[in-house]
Design a protein around this ligand. Structure first.
Ligand code: SAM
Ligand code: DTB
Ligand code: SF4
Length: 372
């Protein structure tokens, strides 16, 4: 049956009243309120999220952070999702802290490729004595290159937090990961309160907080909403909120978990955007398993940051050319990227494409042919 003119006009009014909402910064969200947002018809939810997004952000820009694992594997914690936990056999070998020069080289490449932030991750419960001063050096060197710095090193004490601040650290990543209620199903070697305590320390030291979680670990909708509530009700909203989709890694207790419904994921991005209007919401792990269309919907729902580069810490991420192509198809520009570097990359790629084209059309192959 067709809508009458009056149905259409009352629908229009409902939508216009959403448009009139001003995005007030609140830290007293109830799960029921977040649920009411989550359950809106998809078009209303996306419209509301996009409306809020446009009050604080340039709508067609996405920030890009590149990750590097500076110490991989053999972590003493038992996080059920994590390929780096020493409790599970995921085929990763234990590695030492990487050398400073390697970090500098990777950060230079990240900058050249258009990243504005370089995030260094260590598989630690908390930083260790002899390695910590080296991490401080890494932060100083990367910052001196004109990149924003982020590290994720596990739990911190006050002295370590202050040293990180002194070294010039911009962001500390420390995720709540799931709801307080579901936490003990996922991790038994630390508590939710431990996580909150480190976040308090980081915030009090004046370092930007990067805190988010993982969706798709077998949690209920209520757990997901409760995670968003915890983040939104911190004394200050985290400046950066990574929303990861579980990468089910073989050997971890969550290896057989089925991928979640993409629309449920997109809805969670939208509610995160609405309840934390000024925070960067990062579409984080799991993009390799998402279609371009799903990622585009996440950007429309208010995600405005990604991890950029072929690798996350130990798992795959879309390759950079694919991301740049997707951005171009969507009219998105990487926020603050060094444009001369990106156009150099484009030129290099064009030269490679031309050479491949020439070799396939000429009689003399450009490359050694192993068959003959
Ligand atoms: N050890 C530090 C810690 O736990 O804070 C830093 C590294 S840890 C790998 C950083 C974050 O990566 C975790 O908090 C989790 O949110 C995310 N993560 C780890 N494994 C993941 C997976 N398989 N899928 C999605 N996200 C994952
Ligand atoms: C975050 O929230 N996601 C990133 C980053 N912070 C450190 C890590 C994702 C890790 C995915 C699994 C891996 O590559 O080992
Ligand atoms: Fe260790 Fe962090 Fe992985 Fe947990 S998430 S096992 S703390 S590296």
């Amino acid at each position: 049956m067709q809508n009458s003119q009056s149905d259409l006009s009352s629908n229009f009014q409902a939508n216009s009243s959403l448009n009139g909402d001003s995005a007030v910064i609140r830290n007293d969200w109830q799960v029921t309120e977040i649920q009411a947002l989550y359950e809106l018809p998809m078009n209303d939810l996306l419209f509301k999220a996009q409306t809020v997004h446009r009050q604080y952000f340039e709508p067609n820009q996405v920030q890009a952070s590149t990750l590097m694992s500076i110490k991989t594997g053999a972590c003493p914690e038992d996080c059920a999702y994590c390929p780096q936990s020493g409790h599970y056999n995921t085929g990763l070998s234990k590695e030492q802290l990487v050398a400073l020069e390697e970090v500098v080289k990777s950060a230079q490449n990240a900058k050249k490729s258009g990243a504005t932030r370089f995030c260094m991750g260590a598989a630690w419960r908390s930083p260790r004595g002899k390695d910590f001063p080296v991490v401080l050096e890494m932060i100083k060197e990367v910052k001196a290159m004109g990149l924003e710095t982020c590290v994720t090193l596990g739990m911190l004490n006050k002295e370590q937090t202050e040293q990180l601040k002194e070294a010039g650290l911009d962001y500390y990543n420390h995720n709540l990961d799931t709801s307080a209620e579901y936490y003990s199903e996922i991790i038994t070697t630390r508590t939710y309160q431990d996580r909150l305590d480190t976040l308090t320390q980081v915030r009090d030291a004046g370092i930007n907080v990067c805190a988010g979680g993982i969706l798709g670990m077998g949690e209920t909708l209520r757990d997901r909403l409760s995670l968003i509530k915890e983040l939104a009700n911190l004394p200050e909203h985290p400046q950066s909120v990574p929303i990861n989709q579980l990468i089910a890694v073989k050997g971890t207790p969550l290896e057989d978990i089925k991928a979640m419904d993409p629309f449920e994921f997109i809805r969670m991005i939208a509610v995160a955007r609405i309840v934390m209007p000024k925070s960067y919401v990062r579409l984080s792990a799991g993009r390799e398993g998402m279609s371009d269309e799903m990622q585009a919907m996440c950007f429309f729902a208010g995600a405005n940051s990604i991890f950029y580069g072929e690798k996350l810490l130990t798992t795959e991420n879309p390759d950079m050319n694919h991301d740049l192509e997707l951005f171009a198809r969507l009219g998105i520009t990487p926020e603050g990227a060094d444009k001369t570097c990106i156009s150099e990359l484009d030129k290099e790629q064009a030269q490679i494409d031309a050479a491949v084209q020439a070799s396939s059309s000429s009689e003399k192959p450009l490359y050694y042919n192993a068959v003959n």
